[in-house]
Ligand binder design. Sequence first.
Ligand SMILES: [Ca+2]
Length: 181
Amino acid sequence: MKRVIGLMVLLALVLSGVAAAQEKLIDNFESVHGFTTENKAIISYNFDPEFVKEGVFSLKVVKEAGDQRSMVRLRNYHRNFISDLTAYNRLGFWVYFPDVSLLREDVALQMSFWLTSGSKINFPFPVTDFQNGWNYVKVDLTDPTKYFSRKDVDLIEFQVRTAEPDFEMVYYYDDIRFFNE
Ligand SMILES: [Ca+2]
């Protein structure tokens, strides 16, 4: 009996090997790993060079109608996430807006640093900071009016707001990095 079971296991292994040999995954583009969304944001990788600022890819965000807010969240399980930011005093990134007249006047973009304690620090940017096309956004992490310890960041939120909830927009992010200046 033991031997029969052994043969059956062997047969199963051989068959599964045959099945595995009959498929070959090239690329399933399963997700944009390490980012999540809130409110109106559908994210994907973009490789149309017109909407890439650096390298080959950028992050594409489709903001549908129904809400002013469109949030992309950089999560602590992203492969390059760091929770202790004290080695840096700036966060910088590129954002592409097709038409800044669609953005909300007082807070067109807001960066939020969520801490492990649950509190968050907001850095709002008015529409006057932006032009159509690519914009470089720089967050001063040492701004004394926004002081936070920067040792236990749990999530970094990129929030774009449109002037009206029903405004639809496709926009892009690229080259998010920490640095010193
Ligand atoms: Ca890129």
